[in-house]
Design a protein around this ligand. Structure first.
Ligand code: BYC
Length: 331
């Protein structure tokens, strides 16, 4: 019991109890305790995690589309096998993440419907096209590289199911990043045409990748609260800077040029200074006006409709199993 109700109205008691529970909850977070599904948590913590984890799950599922586009056209059998495995991993990540979100009380159907109806976001990065094979290299190298930078700290997120899901996801993302970088290396050391293709992909993916980390800190609505709750361990700008610092030397090794005339090593800060990001483009993509937003949602809706029979068959099988178990218990 958190309070004694003496000479106070019922509403006041509830209020005091909530405040005490919230203080106890924050003390657990401050002590780096893990919050588990059956623990008490503030409604806003549940809401923000459901939002972030489900958006993350949607990103994994929509993220299968740009790369899926190349499975039938991968240049060799080995490349095809690796790409197929990567896309299947992303599907698996989406499923762990929906399962983690479900522990907070929303059903997968509800969450998926929010994405299909355009009400829930998914990462801006998956609204860009993949016209050449080099895009598959650039996605692995840069998109998965950015994802790892963002997700490693999430392995220490205060919510247990999300943090545990992230450990496996990060291991698989590391393999994805390596396979992407290796594609870029092969192209960069290939013919002039192949090198130009790699450079062109870098030119198109660089800036959208920097946007993956979210708006600049002063415009981020959720950062302060999420940091207090140890959902976020680093700010959007800090992670963006870490990504740039790690990636610039990799581009140099490839012999490719980062498409930013203002990119400059800053001796004093020990970081790479970079040019202005076009936040208007980010806003446009988030409002549904990116190059591929409509195609992505249409493809997911079609897949969902075409998969209806699988969901119905699984539900019928599960009901049958349940009836069998009930009959066995009764016998
Ligand atoms: N795209 O207050 P902020 C992957 C939204 S998948 C779209 O800073 P927060 C992979 C944000 O949701 C990569 N929306 O938010 C898969 C919020 O809007 P709402 C996905 C964005 O949550 C396949 C508003 O802007 N990774 O790795 O504190 C192949 C204000 O932002 C974006 C994750 O989801 C964006 N880029 O911080 C390869 C990681 N950025 O919700 C790779 C988990 C911001 O109020 N998520 N918004 O309507 C996070 O770490 C955080 O949610 C973010 C944003 C850093 C993304």
């Amino acid at each position: 019991m958190y309070t004694q109700a003496l000479n106070t109205s019922e509403a006041e008691v509830v209020h005091v109890e909530d405040a005490e529970r919230a203080a106890h909850f924050q003390a657990r977070i401050d002590a780096d305790d893990r919050i588990e599904p059956n623990d008490w948590m503030p409604a806003a913590y549940r809401k923000t995690l459901t939002r972030q984890i489900s958006q993350h799950a949607h990103s994994e599922i929509v993220g299968m589309l740009p790369e899926g586009n190349w499975i039938t056209r991968a240049p060799t059998l080995r490349r095809k096998a690796a790409l197929l495995a990567k896309v299947q991993d992303e599907c698996g990540h989406g499923l762990y993440l929906y399962a983690a979100a479900e522990t907070l009380g929303s059903s997968r159907e509800e969450l998926v419907d929010l994405m299909l109806s355009g009400k829930a976001k998914y990462s801006s990065i998956f609204n860009y096209p993949t016209p050449t094979w080099a895009d598959i290299g650039a996605i692995g190298w840069l998109v998965d590289g950015a994802a790892i930078m963002n997700q490693i700290p999430l392995c220490r997120c205060s919510y247990g199911p999300y943090a545990r899901a992230m450990i496996r996801v990060c291991k698989e993302e590391s393999f994805h990043q390596r396979q992407g970088y290796e594609i870029m290396l092969t192209l960069a050391r290939g013919t002039e045409e192949q090198k130009a293709m790699a450079q062109n992909a870098l030119d198109r993916w660089w800036w959208p990748c920097l946007m993956m980390f979210g708006p600049p800190d002063q415009l981020s609505q959720h950062s302060d609260q999420s940091t207090q709750w140890k959902i976020k361990r680093f700010s959007n700008d800090d992670l963006r800077q870490k990504f740039i610092d790690a990636t610039v030397p990799q581009a140099h090794y490839l012999g490719l040029t980062i498409p930013d005339a203002d990119l400059k090593w800053n001796e004093a800060s020990g970081h790479w200074d970079y040019g202005a990001i076009d936040w208007n483009e980010f806003k446009q993509v988030l409002s549904g006006n990116g190059p591929c937003n409509r195609d992505r949602i249409a493809a997911r809706r079609k897949a969902h409709e075409e998969g209806a029979w699988v969901r119905e068959a699984a539900a019928a099988y599960s009901e049958k199993q349940q009836a069998r178990r009930t009959a066995a218990v009764a016998a």
